[in-house]
Design a protein around this ligand. Sequence first.
Ligand code: NAI
Length: 351
Amino acid sequence: MLEDLLRTWDGEEVAVRFDAPTETWMFVCVHSTRLGPATGGTRMRPYADPHEALRDGLRLSAAMTSKNAVAGLPLGGGKAVLAVPEVPQGGRRRETLLRYGGLVDALGGSYVTACDMNTSERDMDIVAERTGHVLGRTVEGGGSGSSAPSTAMGVFHGIRAAVAHVFGSDDLTGRSVLVQGVGAVGRALAGSLAEAGARLVVSDVDGSRAAAAASELGAEVVPADGATSTPCDVFSPCATGGVLNAETIPALRCRIVAGAANNQLGAPGDAVALAEHGILYAPDYVVNAGGIIHLTSLELLGEDEGRRDERIRQIADTLTECFRMAEAEGISTGAAAERMVAARLAAGPAA
Ligand code: NAI
């Protein structure tokens, strides 16, 4: 029941619309406005039923509260899910996005949207025809364009911080790093890692992508189904969520997990399982915040690229603090990150 999900959720409000002309369920989940407007992307995909779509939105919006808080941004957490009968194209896509833009606008700025799964910068240009509460439009459309290079930059700094913590130096020369998923983020990350002298291994369900990245960067390729069990210093999930679970964790042959994918843990207890296996886990929402930092810094705060890059570099310091707290307190890095989020939320917005 939708009602049960809503009643047991710890967030602030959810706007629910069934948009009959486009047969789309629209859920805008405002998890927290404690630190600023609830901000997070718009996910568009078919779901088995509206219940499943709402569940996704509720969970993802809570993760955005954590991500934005720990990144030190003046933002709360939110997420929108457009549960479409099939991913629309052409005129129907435009109509869906315009009607959705109207819904975002009706919330009066308590929710600010951006791109997520199956929505692009061009889609945000269309949403912006109906509302000003949108980040991540194209550069031609007045936005700051793709956030993927900044996400990759943040993960790169995060990997260096993790390597420094485990091996005593952040020098990546000769360190083996396996990048799972060489799409927008993974490919950019792989480029930076190769430049820094890492021994690169790539893997992608799209074999031609993996082969292209490998030949351009001098990397080794492993098949998609062998990625999690390949020996390496750093395993970097940059494809899908749920990669770290009861089945894969015992098979991992790495010292560090640090990657861009959202919701990497199958279950919250998996952070403990990683620690028990002697693997340092960089909590996903800490290490992958470069994208939202990019959008906020350039579009909301009016900063320049130098200041944005400085903020992205701070991901390394935040992670180091998280690793040290976990060690000192004998807790998982996941639990340490949660404590950092709680402290930021308790302190409230910066004056
Ligand atoms: P993308 O769609 O450009 O790339 C994903 C790549 O992973 C594709 O090449 C795809 O073929 C591959 N892939 C899919 N399933 C796979 C599997 N099971 N094994 C190996 N490869 C697989 O997506 P993008 O933008 O690079 O994002 C990657 C991850 O990072 C996603 O989980 C996304 O939610 C997350 N993320 C992205 C941000 C951004 O700024 N783009 C920000 C924060 C998180």
